[in-house]
Design a protein around this ligand. Structure first.
Ligand SMILES: *[C@@H]1O[C@H](CO)[C@@H](O)[C@H](O)[C@H]1NC(C)=O
Length: 183
């Protein structure tokens, strides 16, 4: 079953890639991920983890990709209506395109796909107190992305066992944009 899902996932990814030479799915040029980003969609197998007041409901502002392949994420989260700014560092692990981050426990983050000047897709598994859950993050260079990319995101989520009703479109909510660049 797992293998079947993986095959399905790869087929979807390939189908999506056709006709776009800019799509990168491995050997990422990490410094090219640097710059401003907006959170577009989030998906999780545990929906409440991406709902309001959750620390995984991340509003990305800026990613810095370093030459040593580490990444720094600067983002905002909202708790009780209050936006706070957070910075974390992601260090590359021995696995390709996979990073470890200490944030609300331990996180294993993988870059799935990017078009550096358009979008980047991350898959994260959080481990905390013997529990784990997944979050899929779609970030855009612009405050919104095309319906085609959003549909594709849903298909990728499905291959990870994340159903459509567990996908949230954050382009319509307050993403703490007013606090961007205020430091
Ligand atoms: C990579 O470089 C950045 C920036 O200099 C640094 O903050 C980070 O700790 C480095 N990562 C590793 C694994 O050395």
């Amino acid at each position: 079953m797992k293998l079947l899902l993986l095959c399905l996932g790869l087929t979807l990814v390939w189908a999506h890639e056709e006709g776009n030479d800019d799509v990168v799915t491995s050997n990422f040029d990490v410094p090219k991920i640097s710059g401003k980003w907006y959170t577009i969609l989030l998906g999780s197998d545990v929906r409440k983890r991406i709902e309001e007041n959750s620390v995984m409901r991340i509003f990305m502002e800026n990613i810095q990709g370093w030459d040593n392949s580490s990444l720094t994420f600067k983002f905002h989260v909202r708790e009780n209506g209050q936006c706070s700014e957070i910075s974390v560092i992601a260090d590359e692990t021995s696995q390709d395109d996979t990073y470890s981050i200490l944030y609300d426990g331990y996180n294993r983050l993988r870059i799935i796909e990017a078009v550096y000047d358009e979008y980047v897709l991350f898959h994260n598994v959080n481990f905390n107190k013997g529990k784990e859950f997944q979050v899929m993050f779609l970030y855009g260079r612009t405050p919104d992305l095309s319906p085609e990319i959003k549909t594709w995101f849903g298909e990728v989520c499905q291959t990870y066992g994340i159903p459509n009703e567990n996908i949230l479109d954050l382009t319509k909510v307050d993403r703490c944009l007013q606090t961007r660049g205020s430091y």
